[in-house]
Design a protein around this ligand. Structure first.
Ligand SMILES: Nc1ncnc2c1ncn2[C@@H]1O[C@H](COP(=O)(O)OP(=O)(O)OP(=O)(O)O)[C@@H](O)[C@H]1O
Ligand SMILES: [Mg+2]
Length: 183
């Protein structure tokens, strides 16, 4: 199964969620590989082969990271070959409006049988907008995941330290995300 992380916007968490989803699937005993198609090579540089047990290239689950674009040919290619497309988005009114463009392109390009959904990332506790965002998005016809990823320093540390940098609650949220992506 190929899972692509896509957004027209930079810095929304494509690489972080790609890496963390890979770690959680690996932790669940799956054979995972990462196909890093972003020239920044963030995810490739975060993977420590011995520590993380994640390889480059194709595996039972191949997680594809992409550059911040929806019209670059490498991103179009990733969208068209993926079985699952994850579109991270921060819960701010501007980002949510911008995400509609990503969603429209993705829904138009993805293959038959594929599934795509937006995931709210960097959600700060106590922000009313994050609570309203799923309903707002659904009303706009945008598929949105039930799992929301909180804003956590441990998520930033995980790129250096791997899975063990996450407290068990955050690990649980990432597992939930992985399960929802696969469902
Ligand atoms: N849930 C989170 N909590 C806290 N920080 C986060 C979270 N998700 C991502 N970040 C931080 O936000 C920044 C951008 O994340 P990331 O590099 O994953 O985004 P990206 O969409 O891949 O960016 P680019 O478009 O440049 O490739 C990083 O500093 C990352 O550590
Ligand atoms: Mg990135």
């Amino acid at each position: 199964m190929k899972i692509a992380f896509v957004s027209g916007k930079g810095g929304v968490g494509k690489s972080s969620l790609c890496f963390l989803t890979a770690l959680s699937l690996r932790d669940a005993g799956k054979e995972v590989s990462v196909d890093d198609r972003d020239p920044q090579k963030s995810v490739s540089s975060w993977i420590d082969l011995e520590r993380d047990g994640i390889s480059d290239g194709e595996g039972e689950f191949t997680l594809i990271d992409t550059r911040p674009s929806i019209d670059h040919k490498s991103v179009i290619q990733a969208i068209s070959e993926a079985d699952r497309i994850v579109m991270p988005c921060t819960p701010s009114p501007g980002d949510i409006t911008a995400a509609r463009a990503t969603v429209e392109v993705v829904l138009g390009l993805m293959k038959e049988g594929a599934k795509a959904a937006l995931v709210l990332n960097m959600v700060k506790g106590g922000t009313n907008f994050a609570e309203d965002a799923p309903d707002l998005l659904k009303a706009m016809g945008v598929p949105v995941m039930n799992t929301q990823i909180p804003d956590r320093q441990s998520i930033q540390r995980a790129v250096l330290l791997g899975w063990r940098a996450l407290d068990s609650k955050t690990q649980g949220i990432i597992f939930k995300l992985a399960l929802e992506i696969l469902s």
